[in-house]
Design a protein around this ligand. Structure first.
Ligand code: HEC
Length: 100
């Protein structure tokens, strides 16, 4: 094996070029908090609403209404309060991009 090839291989092993380097998007990281109730990637299997493929605008509006207490909710009001406008948009970007 040539020296340069060996070096290239060593670099590849030390610094793998993968999507893992970029890490999950902020929206995806935040969405982990929703999975216990809304299912992995918002694909709920129970009675909790499916979030995957939600309309971005509706999603943002609902989250803001939950937070403001103007939308009827059992748990989402308390939950939505933990998120800023920016985080709600990041979550909306993430869930609306997923296939239902
Ligand atoms: C403890 C369980 C629980 C968790 C955790 C949770 N949700 Fe919910 N979610 C619900 C329930 C139950 C509803 C139905 C409304 C209600 O009763 O509050 C709901 C409704 C919603 C809705 C309205 C959907 C529709 O079609 O009307 C949105 C949007 C939503 N949740 C987003 C989120 C996001 C984003 C997260 C994570 C940041 C999250 N939820 C975490 C239980 C949960």
């Amino acid at each position: 094996m040539k020296k340069t090839t060996a070096l290239a291989l060593a670099l590849l092993i030390a610094f793998p070029v993968s999507s893992a380097l970029a890490g999950p998007s902020r929206g995806q990281a935040l969405a982990a908090n929703c999975a216990p109730c809304h299912g992995t990637d918002g694909r709920s299997l129970g009675t909790t609403p499916v979030l995957a493929g939600a309309s971005r605008g509706d999603f943002v509006q609902r989250m803001q209404e939950f937070r403001a207490g103007t939308r009827a909710s059992t748990v989402m009001r308390r939950h939505a309060k933990g998120y800023t406008d920016e985080e709600i948009v990041q979550l909306a970007d993430y869930f609306s991009a997923l296939q239902r």
